[in-house]
Write a protein that binds this ligand. Sequence first.
Ligand SMILES: [Mg+2]
Length: 158
Amino acid sequence: MKNYVICDIDGTIANNEHRAHILKELVDSDKHRSSEDLKDDRWTRFYDLCDKDTPYSDIRSLLKALSSDFYSIVYLTGRIERIRGKTTEWLWGHGFPVGELEMRADGDYRPNAEFKLARLTELGLTPDKVLCILEDNDVEALRAAGYRVLHVAPGGIR
Ligand SMILES: [Mg+2]
């Protein structure tokens, strides 16, 4: 039975454009996540500013409707455990429906899609149990694994 809805955070329900320039700098300078990058305090700054994100209220409304209609919400994010407190304060403080929060372990540098697919499998959240995944990235990889993905993109869902 499909009674779970999986939802990404950054770019899907959280507008993080105010800190996107830090990520762009890191990507442009080839500073992808690695143990070496722990020394780069721009990653720390990028994560620590997450409580200043603004919510996408339309997607929040959609999640609220789904959660009141018996679907369990699981927030699945590439954010690291270190900012769990800030993330839960942000989610519940902005009125998002309560659900499980699945985060990347500190020191887990796998690409987001790989991390997310592995975590879904660990949790037993196979495509037959998931109504849909709300995501702004990694859409093709999740679809290829059999999930129905609602691609939350600037300006709409496609
Ligand atoms: Mg995202």
